[in-house]
Design a protein around this ligand. Structure first.
Ligand code: GUN
Ligand code: ZN
Length: 434
């Protein structure tokens, strides 16, 4: 039987191109209609044109006065660090030693891992994030716990077991061979099961031996449709450390290049201290950058250079990097991204930031057509944003004279409170309390 479509009426915004490089990159329907059938987008457009196509007796859920957008995509976040968000330390390396490693140790307990995964996913949904690229811990059971929690909510999530076999506490250490074996088991168990996708996840070059990086690269070649995620060029002390550990590499990124880890579906967190040649290599290999402004400001890591990245055509996305990041909200992440761009003398329009948090991320993950916009057949992950969510937002947005001004106010002033409803695979998975 044909499923009964669900229909949602509101202003509709989504993208089919990058506004930085294309004149007409977005579609905006002031009085719009989104029609969902069987968890997929059937149609998106003007209410006046589309409502006649609904079968008689269809119910239209009315969200007029609000905006419907594709769910946000956070391309770099650590679910085990949920309970240590907002822990102070003078920079990345002391922060890892003091808070991160002891916190991640607790994930040896699968029940703890499941408890944190449940909270983490509900928090993402409260913030309107429907897809994320997620680091688990070194414990394979932390991945099982995460994907089980994600499957229970029918979410499109990418995640992987952290691989690290040196320069970390004994209690969080795997081995090159053991880490690769566990990774391969997890790929077989979870990759493409329902909406789950697996990411090969060496933490970063300093915590992997050359042998482990070589095995990670081999897995990336053997399973080309899996993801790969790691950190690169986040902090100057870290870059010095990598230089001393890999004296023959041309650069930090070149360490990964050497081991065959630059490829489509590879997501590199931070990318602050890169050279021109590094940016060219990322663009050539279609490796994507996950820009993490709230984390970079919080840890004092540095300021991402949007202008140079765009000039080289590096695939870009935005990410929270919680617990280094200080908010789960992609709106708050845009707020910080905007200020980082200003500090580097460049300018990020709100339209671009909303693109980066939706279709831009989907493209960086090679998932255009599946998530990130309302193309017919795309998975129905979407959010309803309320421009009157707080007294200040209501007052400010009442005075906006353009779509750009409205999106900008939402990005700078909004957070989880601005997300009225979140849908995943056509199902309501969060509704803000009235
Ligand atoms: N580099 C290596 N591990 C981490 C981590 O957990 N967070 C951040 N921000 N950077 C890292
Ligand atoms: Zn990180």
């Amino acid at each position: 039987a044909t499923p009964t479509p669900q229909a949602y009426r509101a202003s509709l915004l989504h993208f089919h191109a990058d506004p930085a490089f294309s004149e007409q990159a977005h579609a905006w329907h002031e009085d719009g209609l989104l029609i969902i059938a069987d968890g997929k987008v059937q149609a998106a457009g003007d209410y006046a044109q589309l409502h006649a196509s609904l079968p008689p007796g269809s119910v239209v859920e009315d969200h007029r006065g609000k905006l419907i957008l594709p769910g946000f995509i956070d391309t770099h976040v650590h679910f085990p660090q949920t309970d240590m968000i907002a822990s102070p330390a003078p920079g990345l390396l002391p922060w890892l030693e003091t808070y991160t490693f002891p916190t991640e140790r607790q994930f040896a307990d699968p029940a703890h891992a499941r408890d944190v995964a449940d909270f983490f996913l509900d928090e993402l949904l409260r913030c309107g994030t429907t897809t994320a690229m997620v680091y688990c811990t070194v414990h394979p059971a932390s991945v099982d716990a995460f994907f089980a929690a994600s499957e229970a909510r029918q979410l499109r999530m990418v995640a992987g077991k952290v691989m690290m076999d040196r320069n970390c506490p004994e209690f969080l250490r795997d081995t090159a061979e053991g880490g690769a074996r566990d990774t391969e088991d997890l790929i077989q168990r979870w990759h493409k099961r329902g909406r789950a996708l697996y990411a090969i996840t060496p933490r970063f070059a300093p915590t992997s031996t050359p042998a482990q990086l070589a095995l990670a690269g081999e897995l990336a070649r053997a399973y080309p449709d899996t993801y790969l995620q790691t950190h690169v060029a986040e902090n100057e002390d870290e870059c010095q450390w990598v230089k001393s550990l890999f004296p023959n590499a041309r650069s930090y990124l070149d360490v990964y290049d050497h081991y065959g880890m630059l490829r489509p579906r590879a997501m590199y967190g931070h990318c602050i201290w890169l050279s021109e040649r590094d940016r060219e290599r990322m663009a050539e290999t279609q490796s994507a950058a996950a820009v993490c402004p709230s984390s970079n400001l919080f840890l004092g890591s540095g300021l991402f250079d949007f202008e140079r990245a765009d000039a080289a055509r590096v695939p870009l996305s935005l990410a929270t990097d919680v617990g280094g990041g200080t908010s789960f909200s992609m709106l708050q992440t845009m707020n910080e991204a905007y200020k980082v761009a200003r500090m580097k003398g460049s300018y990020l329009p709100a339209m671009r930031m909303f693109y980066l948090a939706t279709l831009g991320a989907a493209r960086g993950m090679q998932l255009e057509g599946t998530i990130g916009n309302f193309a017919a057949g795309a998975e129905a992950d979407f959010i309803v944003l309320d421009p009157k969510a707080t007294p200040l937002l209501a007052r400010r947005t009442a005075r906006c004279n353009s779509l750009e001004e409205l999106l900008f106010a939402l990005a700078l002033l909004g957070d989880d409170r601005a997300v009225a409803v979140t849908f995943a695979a056509g199902r309501r998975v969060h509704q803000r309390a009235a």
